[in-house]
Design a protein around this ligand. Structure first.
Ligand code: FUC
Length: 338
């Protein structure tokens, strides 16, 4: 593995790993995020050119999200029967762990070269009470990349107090390499026959799980994203695309859960988390400029592996409690095929 490091602004680094196939992937310790994934000259993930640009435009793309990914209604969680108020950065909700969370932190890091695989390990301590979350939390997020072009994210964390923890990775893909082109013609295969319904434009959960078999949101047979966008499905109409937790039918790290394809390029997703939040960048005509190109509506899509948001309202979704001293572990992998 070829490894290079350069300055990325505000004292941060950009670390680039290039494998034997000539595919490269870059990470920065600002938000422990992925910035570039370049195959045949095409950059297939959203990214900016410096930390400053993330702060000016959007701090979420590619970032490690935490302590809790997605929206928590009224920012209230129940820990051991006690109601805890979290920072309400999308008032009255908590989004992605509250304001200035993992995505804007400078993480410590080290790079480990194992020959046909290299690993960038990011370290962060989140103080007891940060954004209202109990417990001092030590987190390690490891991004590894190998000669088969498999990018894996491993999470490990431990808290000094009982708390809640549900991180994710916020990479946006656009396999055209150009964010001004919508992902409508990307084909998706997704092993999910159920999805969590959203209530209204606040995008908190409604309280029910929807059977999506044979609807516009059923991707068990591969089909273009466009088919969902024009399906007229009430949940698609509500948010102008997809911004939903899909519940995986068979949670198993060894199984392909999702595959996004455009032409001869595809990315398959594996995870040990029970759901994938797919967000199709329903930003309308916002037009944020990435690498000189103005973002189109549906100019990218995420696969945010996590326990589905809304577990406070729907217990079937899982439990995001992390007990004091218990080790949290999770893994998600993105495999590039071409
Ligand atoms: C995703 C979405 C949200 C939000 C954010 C930036 O996780 O679920 O709606 O816009 O990212």
């Amino acid at each position: 593995m070829k490894i290079s490091t350069e300055a990325f602004g505000l004292g941060a680094s950009l670390i680039t790993l290039t494998n034997a196939k000539g595919v490269s992937i870059s990470f920065t310790n600002f938000g422990a995020r992925v910035v570039n994934w370049v195959v045949d000259g095409k950059n297939i993930v959203w990214g900016f050119d410096s930390c400053q640009e993330y702060l000016e435009k959007d701090t979420y793309p590619g970032a490690t999200i935490g302590r809790t990914a997605g929206r928590i209604k009224d920012g209230i969680v129940d820990i051991n029967g006690q109601k805890i108020q979290l920072n309400q950065n999308e008032f009255p909700q908590t989004l992605h762990g509250g304001e200035d969370s993992f995505e804007t932190k400078m993480w410590a890091y080290e790079v480990i070269d194992n020959g046909d695989m290299a690993e960038v390990k990011f370290y962060l301590t989140s103080e007891d009470g940060a954004n209202g979350y109990p417990g001092k939390l030590d987190i390690v997020v490891s991004h590894s990349f190998d000669d088969n072009s498999c990018w894996a994210i491993d999470y490990e964390a431990v808290s000094t107090k009982d708390t809640v923890f549900n991180p994710t990775g916020h990479v946006y893909f656009n396999l055209t390499g150009d964010v001004s082109k919508p992902i409508d013609q990307h084909r998706l295969k997704l092993a999910a026959s159920r999805m969590v319904a959203l209530k209204d434009k606040t995008e908190i959960v409604r309280g029910d799980i929807l059977d999506i078999k044979d609807t516009g949101l059923d991707f068990r047979q591969e089909k273009p994203m466009q088919d969902a966008f024009v399906s007229g499905h009430e949940q698609v109409e509500l948010v102008g695309g997809i911004d939903h937790p899909f519940l995986l039918d068979d949670v198993d790290l060894d199984k392909e859960q999702a595959r996004l394809t455009l032409g001869d390029l595809s990315v398959s997703v594996r995870t040990d988390r029970p759901s994938l939040v797919i967000f199709t960048a329903n930003f309308g005509d916002l037009g944020t400029v990435y690498r000189g190109k103005a973002l189109a509506n549906h100019g990218g899509m995420t696969f945010e592996a996590q326990v589905s948001p809304g577990s406070e309202q729907i217990s079937e979704l899982g439990d995001i409690t992390l007990k004091a001293g218990e080790i949290y572990r999770a893994t998600t992998m993105y495999q590039l095929n071409k």
